[in-house]
Ligand binder design. Structure first.
Ligand code: ADP
Ligand code: MG
Length: 361
């Protein structure tokens, strides 16, 4: 339904989107996941015809967005990062304006009523948009995107600025839309795409670094277990004890304290459940553990974990296809790329840690 071929966008010398290719099938709900500045909005603006690409092509249901923008745009409902609402219009005026703009042919009243019901803005239809809360404005933006019932829905960071209740409502709306439409959403929050998407495309520095089914990303995230624990006692003894537990591959002390207990972070090998052994090892050495909780991964960890797992998978694939030279060449470039990314991320994390250490001192 959406075909992205070698898409590139340069802003002066800054390459915001760097030769990305990807296909989104009819009925799929796909999440674009990446940190700020990764190139998500730029890509979405190109897909929807708001921006032109420096190179590459975008096809929406076979229609080229560049050569037939009107035809392609008819198939898309877009919610940009900043909802394109007019503050001095009432919600009703704005929706009717969009209905006319899109040359919609459905029964006006019934169509707009239905959209207002789905997006739950029925009670503010006569209010001026400038007087609405951020959550309502966002929903008016969504309503605008749904006018004309387009088969493709593209939402750029649809939950930014919403409160927790509104986030849950927005996710449920996206899930509902996903049943009948092809949906592409962007976010920098892993849990968001995990909650609603079938597939996750991770984008970083303008490049696609992973394109996986959500369950594979979730597995990669969960296989790398991390805990934060609070232990009383001498730091060196605690670290020695932690490192002696089979299955723990990393243990480090944090600066935060809780009374006479210090906080430690440990990372475990994939599949290892170290909790019982950890408890007994510390107890035997008279080190009291007064807290243990699982720590979620941040986006950086996810990248590294996914990249590592993809590399392992690719190494296996490489052996299998050893005789196929073209494939081999393709793998090599991808491998170099993912390796560079992992190195980059580790370097960033180290720099960040050094900076926060400086601040602490
Ligand atoms: P994301 O949506 O993932 O946060 P963007 O697509 O907004 O990322 O930005 C990607 C990169 O392009 C960033 O480095 C950003 O600073 C740059 N960029 C975005 N828009 C412009 C613009 N209009 N002019 C110059 N640089 C831009
Ligand atoms: Mg953005």
């Amino acid at each position: 339904m959406i075909k992205i071929q070698h898409l590139t966008k340069n802003y002066g010398t800054n390459c915001a989107v760097d030769d990305i290719s990807c296909e989104i099938g009819r009925g799929e709900t796909v999440g674009f996941l990446g940190p700020n500045g990764a190139g998500k909005s730029t890509t979405m603006n190109i897909l929807t015809g708001y921006l032109s690409a420096s190179a590459g092509r975008v096809l929406i249901d076979g229609i080229d967005i560049l050569s037939d923008p009107i035809g392609a745009k008819k198939l898309i409902g877009y919610l940009p990062e900043q909802p394109p609402v007019y503050f001095d219009m009432t919600v009703d005026e704005y929706l009717n304006f969009n209905y006319d703009l899109k040359g919609c042919t459905f029964d006006r009243k019934a169509h707009l009523n239905e959209i207002c019901e789905v997006t739950r803005i029925g009670d503010v239809r006569r209010r001026l948009i400038k007087n609405l809360s951020k959550g309502y404005r966002q929903r008016v933006g969504v309503a605008q995107a749904l006018i004309g019932n387009p088969p493709v829905i593209i939402f750029d960071e649809p939950t930014v600025g919403l409160d927790p209740k509104q986030i849950i409502e927005m996710r449920s709306l996206i899930r509902t839309l996903g049943k009948k439409h092809t949906v592409l959403i962007s976010t920098h929050i892993l849990q968001e795409v995990q909650a609603v998407c079938d597939r996750i495309v991770i984008i970083n520095k303008g490049k696609i670094v992973a394109d996986e089914k959500t369950e594979n990303i979730t597995r990669a995230v969960e296989s790398n277990k991390r805990y934060s624990l609070k232990v009383c006692g001498n730091q060196r003894e605690v670290l020695d004890a932690l490192k002696s537990v089979p299955g723990i591959c990393l243990a480090e002390a944090q600066t935060s304290k809780d009374g006479d207990a210090q906080t430690y972070i440990i990372e475990c090998e994939s599949g290892a459940d170290v909790r019982k052994k950890l408890f007994f090892t510390l107890a035997q050495r008279n080190l009291a553990m007064i807290g243990l909780e699982a720590v979620g991964m941040n986006l950086e960890d996810v990248f590294i974990s996914v990249v590592e797992q993809t590399e392992q998978a690719k190494a296996a694939e490489k052996t299998r296809y050893a005789r196929n030279t073209t494939k081999k060449r393709e793998l090599k470039t991808r491998e170099t790329l993912t390796k560079e990314l992992a190195e980059d991320l580790i370097k960033n994390a180290e720099e960040q840690r050094a900076r926060s250490d400086d601040e602490d001192n």
